[in-house]
Design a protein around this ligand. Structure first.
Ligand SMILES: C[S@@+](CC[C@H](N)C(=O)[O-])C[C@H]1O[C@@H](n2cnc3c(N)ncnc32)[C@H](O)[C@@H]1O
Length: 211
């Protein structure tokens, strides 16, 4: 049982939102994903944003370690997904949603080839040491030309242990620039995060294109 399993079992899921993410609604049109796109949502939890992406006409493929949020996501929409075991993974599907339960790093490219992706609270959930592998995996699971939206969160890392782990703009540039085009669409200073004890913090929103 991982810390993530424990958090879902004890409902310590402070990242989960009951509304669609306003930065997704604002910036997704700029990403210019075709309506027919299969949108990958890594480390998806049971995010409502998957529902919004489906409303745009996309199919959605979520990747999630813990089965509880996947089961909740389908149940809360009155959907009964088909289930298929694939090695260490379980694939749940009920159109337009596919959700793959298991470790993101066990997902083979033969299982997912996405035209677009959406990362909110995914990359920041992983410590810095795992992020190079995360970007490699993102590249493996997307097609050349795939477009993505990334929302970051950055703060002085020594002020909290994480997750979320700080993801500063310099790290985004270092990790993505070799194989992706990146464009910062917005940077937001988070004054309310001072209440959490951060001396400073910001979020950046990126459009990415896989070369
Ligand atoms: C901070 S939550 C964010 C969930 C979602 N993106 C959202 O915005 O609500 C991170 C999620 O990633 C999942 N997770 C953590 N490590 C993972 C891994 N190696 N493979 C797949 N999912 C993972 C956790 O179970 C958790 O649901």
């Amino acid at each position: 049982m991982t810390n993530w399993h424990e958090r879902w079992m004890s409902q310590q899921t402070g990242w989960h939102r009951a509304v669609y993410n306003d930065l997704l609604l604002k910036h997704w049109p700029t990403v210019q994903a075709a309506e027919s796109s299969n949108v990958l949502v890594p480390l998806c939890g049971k995010s409502l944003d998957m529902e919004w992406l489906a409303q745009q006409g996309h199919t959605v493929t979520g990747l999630e370690l813990v089965s509880r949020p996947i089961k909740d996501f389908f149940e809360e929409r009155g959907l009964t997904p088909q289930q298929q075991e694939i090695g260490k993974l379980v694939r749940y599907s009920s159109a337009p949603f596919v959700m793959i339960q298991g470790d993101l790093f066990d997902v083979q490219p033969s299982l997912v080839q996405a035209d677009a992706w959406y990362d909110r609270a995914a990359m920041v959930a992983l410590p810095s040491a795992m992020r190079e592998a995360y970007v490699d995996q993102l590249r493996a699971l997307t097609m050349p030309g795939a477009v993505g939206l990334l929302i970051t969160f950055s703060y002085p890392q020594h002020e909290m242990g994480g997750p979320p782990f700080s993801l500063p703009d310099e790290e985004v540039a270092a990790l993505f620039s070799q194989h992706f085009e990146l464009q910062c669409l917005e940077q937001i200073t988070l004054d309310d995060e001072r209440d959490r004890g951060f001396s400073s913090s910001y979020s950046s929103v990126y459009k990415l294109i896989r070369r």
